[in-house]
Design a protein around this ligand. Structure first.
Ligand SMILES: [Fe+2]
Length: 455
């Protein structure tokens, strides 16, 4: 069957406005700050995203070359901004002046843009990719130091973009996928040593972007967004097919498992979940908060935004064999984040990007939302229709700080000036004015995921 023609508006929305790539890498020192940066906020804010080189008209947003954008904060000053491509083979093929960094052999055999996320674990900082490949080690000034298989711990497959780190133990759970069996769950200790590599065979090659952990369990999302193998064989960049009739299910696996025999599959609604905010055990049930998509690839053939994207709370009940859902907030959001000290535990605060007109002609990013999951209250930090925020990252004020005692950091693009800033918000007064803004010498294109690297 021939490919359906891509539904691309007159101009691809993921090549317009702040989705458009920037021309090249930049370095700038001693950036102007408005307001006051907290002196204790010392570290590097680092974010990954796609920056396509010579994209075709039907360019898919997920496929651009990875570019890291970093801002170094130190003792109340913004020391530098740097943007750097991740030096993959795919980048080097398009830009021979940007040599690949090499490193450990890639078990999947593929080279991606490594454009999706940033991971800090066992003393290293890594750029991560969707689809799964080996992480690329990144230096303190954003240089690519090569692919890293964590001393051989990442066996057979690398990891995709959403590993989860247990805040109490430092253990890391990460999924790789590809081949047969389709999934491999890597369970690593805080030192990056392999505890277990668990193969999980799914009936159909399935897109699995995120996973969730609780104090006792790992949750695997098996949702009806399948790999379209014939189109994959033809080299279509994001070859997916939406098959809601296949249903959805969540695999619940004890964290202590060493193989997949203990996995319990629990039916769930046939919606797609790119991102879970968090999950926790609640007696025999598991609560997981997710941003849901009712379909994929039906309206938006070049990105993920088919239609509404509410935040929902799913209650997964393995004993009863069911998942019940409630809408936390029906307004569109994506890129949910939380206090990293609450991963896998009961929690109260989540953050998300306010999206407008998802699936419509005026689709755009807006402000940042703050969810109080105890009261249901939602606040929005909104700077008007011309300011567009990316994912917010929460940084606690100090190790013993309360859940909303700290700052939310995000890049925001000012459409009129065509420049971006790093905006620092008080998490306990998210809707209030920013406490500091760092002016950047460029626009930072809308990207995917970031991290705060302390010190
Ligand atoms: Fe993601």
């Amino acid at each position: 069957m021939p490919d359906a023609p891509p539904i691309v508006p007159a101009a691809n929305p993921y090549l317009r406005g702040n989705f458009a790539p920037v021309a090249d890498e930049l370095t700038a020192f001693d950036l102007p700050v408005t307001g006051a940066l907290p002196p204790g906020l010392t570290g590097t804010y680092l974010r990954n995203g796609p920056n396509p080189l010579a994209p075709p008209d039907d360019h898919h947003w997920f496929t651009g070359a990875g570019m890291l954008h970093g801002v170094r904060l130190e003792d109340g000053h913004a020391r530098w901004y740097r943007s750097r491509f991740v030096r993959t083979e795919r980048l080097a093929a398009a830009r021979p002046d940007l040599a690949a960094a090499g490193g450990a052999p890639e078990p999947s055999g593929r080279s991606t843009g490594s454009n999706t996320a940033v991971l800090a674990h066992h003393g290293g900082v890594f750029a991560l990719s969707e689809p799964a490949t080996l992480p690329h080690r990144i230096g303190p000034e954003l240089a690519s130091l090569g692919r890293d298989d964590f001393g051989g711990a990442l066996t057979r497959l690398g990891m995709n973009a959403h590993p989860r780190i247990d805040p109490a133990t430092g253990e890391l759970f990460a999924l790789g996928y590809g081949g047969r069996p389709w999934l491999r769950l890597h369970h690593l200790d805080a030192a990056g040593q392999l505890v277990a590599a668990i193969d999980i065979d799914l009936p159909t090659p399935t897109i699995v972007h995120d996973l969730a952990i609780t104090a006792r369990h790992v949750l695997i999302f098996d949702l009806p967004l399948h790999l379209d193998l014939p189109r994959a064989m033809r080299g279509v960049p994001y070859p997916i097919v939406w098959r809601p009739e296949a249903g959805g299910r969540i695999g619940v696996l004890p964290r202590t498992a060493t193989d997949a025999s203990a996995i319990q599959w629990v039916p769930c609604p046939p919606r797609f979940v790119y991102h879970a905010a968090n999950a926790f055990d609640d007696g025999d049930a598991i609560v997981v908060d997710v941003v849901t998509h009712a379909s994929q690839g039906l309206r938006d053939r070049v990105g993920p935004f088919d239609g509404p994207t509410p935040l929902e709370r799913w209650r997964v009940e393995p004993l009863a064999g069911r998942t019940t859902t409630v809408v936390v907030d029906e307004r569109h959001t994506e890129f949910p984040t939380i206090d990293p000290r609450r991963v896998g535990r009961p929690y109260r605060r989540a953050y998300g990007v306010a999206l407008h007109d998802v699936g419509g002609p005026d689709f755009r990013y807006g402000g940042l939302r703050g969810y109080d999951l105890a009261t249901g209250a939602v606040v929005t930090h909104d700077e008007g229709p011309g300011v567009h925020f990316d994912e917010g990252v929460f940084v606690p004020a100090h190790p013993q700080a309360a859940e909303d005692e700290g700052h939310v950091l995000a890049f925001a693009w000012d459409r009129a000036r065509d420049r971006s800033e790093l905006v620092v918000l008080d998490a306990s007064d998210l809707a209030g004015p920013a406490i500091a803004r760092v002016a950047l010498p460029t626009r930072v294109p809308h990207g995917f995921h970031g991290a705060w690297i302390p010190r």
